[in-house]
Each structure stands twice: as structure tokens, then as C-alpha cells.
Design a protein around this ligand. Structure first.
Ligand code: E4P
Length: 214
């Protein structure tokens, strides 16, 4: 499973990139709005830092407008993936953008049929939102597992991005349930690195080293 970061914040992206583990970035309108910057300028900055897929979401809801918006976004950099919401118009836009050779990420997926439809429309990535399902008492990881089995049975190549990740256990489980990618907020990436025994171990090793017989 690959790691994407789920943010539009450049400092967070640079820091995650410097760890050597980053394969891509996902943004959404809420994340970009927090940054208070021009969307296109921010995408230019991000695509200059990260060579992997950078998902940029359309705002329009009508297929024709999504397609125009998607084409504009895709012109910003070759590694832009156009993120489209899971609606009938979104599917039409995915088909049209795919036919133009533009990569797409179908977002806001909450059941397996939505993922199958997105894949059949040509989506490069499908993004089931595990955290938001857990929030309403449904099992987000079961959805990852179901989509993974379904895609395997039918030889579907669309990649599953486990999205709406809230904590480190989501990351472990996403990997075990067959997600190809997890898109993870910066605070959770930081949590992944940490274990109290690692910190205690470093402290003890350094104390022993400093007390060595010279
Ligand atoms: C995915 O691409 C979305 O940007 C994201 O994971 C949404 O997560 P949230 O439910 O924490 O807003």
C-alpha cells in the first residue's frame, strides 16, 4: 500500500515528502479553503514538490462543466488527477476525461456499487471514505474489503484509495483489507512514526553511550 497525504498545506507536503514515503497528494475543496490561497497557484506549488498523483477536485456539478474544469486542472501539470464526486454527472465526466487521457479520482464513495460504477466509467482511482462511514456507525473497512474483492474477481484495474483516514489503525487495516493507497492527514502520518518504546529505547541507548567507560 502506498502513502498519499490528504492536505493542501505546502509545509505538510514538504515535510511528508522529506520522509521519503510519499507517493501522492489528495486535496478537496474544504482543505483548499483552509489555506486561503488561489487554488491553481497552490496546485502549481504542490505539483512542483511531488511527482506522483496530485488530486484536484472539480467544484461544478454538471457533467459538461466538470469536464471543462477537469481539462483546465489537468493543464496545470502532467501529474494532476481530476477528482470528481460520485454522481451520475460525475460518472459522465469521468468517462469523458478518461477518453481524453486524463486521470480521475472518484470521491465520496460510500458503497461498493458506487466503486464499481466509477471503475467502469474509467476511474483511475476510487476513494471510499472510511472515517465518515465509521462516524455514522457503519464499517468503513468492510467497504474497502468488499471493493477489493470485487475488483480482484473482475480484474478491475482502478486503484482503491482509502480516504477519510482518522488514526493509525485505519492505516494498518486499510493495508490489510486491500487498499492500494491510503491518503492520510499530516497529523496521522506523524503518529505512524511514533511508539513510546522507540523513544524510551533511544533515551536508554544514549544514556548508556554517554556513561560508557572511556
Ligand atoms: C479524500 O480524498 C478526502 O480529501 C478526505 O480523505 C476526506 O476526509 P475527511 O472525512 O476527514 O474530511
Amino acid at each position: 500500500m502506498l502513502f498519499f497525504i490528504d492536505t493542501a498545506n505546502v509545509e505538510e507536503i514538504k515535510e511528508a515528502q522529506s520522509l521519503g514515503i510519499l507517493s501522492g497528494v489528495t486535496t478537496n475543496p474544504s482543505l483548499v479553503a483552509k489555506e486561503n490561497v488561489s487554488f491553481h497557484d497552490r496546485l502549481r506549488e504542490i505539483t512542483a514538490i511531488v511527482s506522483g498523483s496530485v488530486s484536484a477536485e472539480v467544484i461544478s456539478l454538471k457533467a459538461e462543466e466538470m469536464i471543462d474544469e477537469g481539462k483546465e486542472l489537468a493543464e496545470i501539470a502532467p501529474n494532476i488527477t481530476v477528482k470528481v464526486p460520485m454522481t451520475p454527472d460525475g460518472l459522465k465526466a469521468v468517462k469523458a476525461l478518461t477518453d481524453l487521457g486524463i486521470k480521475t479520482n472518484v470521491t465520496l464513495i460510500f458503497n461498493a456499487n458506487q466503486a464499481l460504477l466509477a471503475a467502469r466509467a474509467g476511474a483511475t482511482y476510487v476513494s471510499p471514505f472510511v472515517g465518515r462511514l465509521d462516524d455514522i456507525g457503519q464499517n468503513g473497512m468492510e467497504l474497502i474489503s468488499t471493493i477489493s474483492q470485487m475488483f480482484d474477481i473482475h480484474g478491475i484495474e482502478s486503484q482503491i484509495i482509502a480516504a477519510s483516514i482518522r488514526h493509525p489503525m485505519h492505516v494498518t487495516e486499510a493495508a490489510l483489507h486491500g487498499a492500494h493507497i491510503a491518503t492520510i492527514p499530516f497529523n496521522v502520518i506523524n503518529q505512524l512514526c511514533k511508539h513510546p518504546l522507540t523513544d524510551q529505547g533511544i533515551e536508554k541507548f544514549l544514556a548508556d553511550w554517554n556513561n560508557r567507560i572511556q
